[in-house]
Design a protein around this ligand. Structure first.
Ligand code: FCB
Length: 388
């Protein structure tokens, strides 16, 4: 047995409710997908039907040898109308947590993964006055579910969410490869909502943090100041806001070059994945180091992976990502887990084409097909295979 990463290391995979459950009809995303004239390529529909098939998904994860599963609670199901709490949906998520326990799998729970109830969006979403109180009430509602989790994530990728909100307002001419400026109001509300949620989750004794998605900006000579100013509202501010948390989580896939004129998309000459991102496995180690340097906290990788139809390339990418993480650990980085994105092929916020899954499924029958990468990662997790 190797256990290159230590005995207690969390080895798992991650998902998000809207991307795999299917028929999340009360969510703002579902509404957006079905708006006439939407730029969204295809709607989420049934997704992977994991709402009904989660037991099989968790079993496959456990049988492969992974020991943890990160998934999200769907606010739009739990509180379909403001103030109306669905006990049946709370039971549903309790069932998922129990199912993890039956398989010896540690559950890690995300409270908010990009989607919110329609009614929340109608009140202005994360730009609406009162949004922090609305979210806090939802967190209070789900608190009794959280004590079985090992870790809780408040809001997934607040930096990307703030950029999505900034981009929707469309008051900026976007250059190819550039990220919209985050809406400063959304940034402020998200940080305030996080702080309230941290306090609540701590009251039940569960470690809490949030997963930020740094973009591994790298500067051309002389563009260091451009980089700093570009990165501050897009990631740094959210990492600084994690300083009082119990841990910091990172999610990383690629890197972005910053020139004197700003960001550039990955050039044609480099290998790119199905999302168009540069194939760059060291991204996650750089992100983990950055997050630790800013916060001083223990680090968890709560997402990392690759959109590819070539599963052998997924294994290459993951092996090199883990090697880079291991090198950082050897240099002192306190890393306590690695959760691969994603357990299943899923709805990638507008399209099913970028396949990130360790498990594929048939769109007609939903029959699951574990890919070789699932068995491979399970062997690494069990310590029967070394990546070094
Ligand atoms: C992250 C999201 C996740 C998934 C991956 C590819 O930004 O948190 O839902 O879309 O990227």
């Amino acid at each position: 047995m190797h256990h290159d990463f230590g005995e207690d290391f969390l080895w798992g995979a991650a998902t998000a409710a809207h991307q795999i459950e299917g028929n999340n009809v009360n969510s703002d995303w579902w509404a957006r997908e079905h708006t006439v004239g939407t730029r969204i390529a295809e709607p989420s529909g049934d997704a992977a039907d994991s709402y009904h098939r989660y037991a099989e998904d968790i079993r496959l994860l456990a049988e492969a040898g992974l020991n943890s599963y990160r998934f999200s609670l769907e606010w739009a199901r739990i509180e379909p109308a403001e103030g109306h709490i669905s006990r049946a949906e709370l039971d549903h998520y309790r069932g998922m947590i129990d199912c993890c326990a039956e398989h010896g799998v540690t559950p890690l729970l995300t409270l908010h993964h990009f989607t919110a109830p329609r009614w929340f969006a109608e009140r202005g979403g994360w730009l609406g006055q009162g949004c922090v109180d609305r979210f806090t009430r939802y967190v209070e509602t789900v608190l009794p579910l959280l004590d079985a989790a090992s870790h809780v994530f408040t809001i997934n990728e607040p930096n990307i969410l703030a950029m999505m909100i900034g981009g929707e307002k469309g008051d900026e001419q976007l250059l190819a490869g550039s990220l919209p400026a985050p809406d400063p109001v959304a940034t402020e509300y998200l940080i305030a909502a996080h702080e309230r949620a941290v306090e609540l989750v701590r009251s039940v004794g569960i470690p809490v943090g949030w997963p930020v998605a740094p973009q591994q900006f790298f500067a051309d000579p002389g563009a260091e100041d451009v980089l700093r100013d570009y990165a501050y509202p897009r990631e740094t501010v959210f990492l600084e806001a994690a300083r009082g948390d119990d841990f910091v989580a990172v999610q990383a896939y690629t890197r972005t070059r910053i020139t004197l004129d700003g960001p550039l998309p990955a050039p044609e000459t480099v290998e790119r994945t199905l999302t168009g991102w540069e194939y760059y496995p060291s991204a996650v180690a750089e992100a983990a180091r950055l997050a630790h340097d800013i916060t001083g906290l223990p680090v968890l990788v709560s997402e990392n992976g690759i959109a590819t139809a070539d599963d052998a390339r997924r294994i290459d990418y993951t092996r090199d990502a883990l090697r880079a993480l291991h090198a950082e650990m050897a240099a002192g980085l306190p890393l306590f887990g690695y959760l691969h994105w994603s357990l299943l092929d899923n709805y990638e916020w507008g399209s099913y084409t970028p396949t990130f899954g360790l498990i594929g499924w048939d769109p007609e029958t939903f029959e699951r097909t574990p890919k070789p990468s699932l068995a491979w990662l399970g062997e690494v997790a069990r310590g029967v295979r070394s990546v070094l």
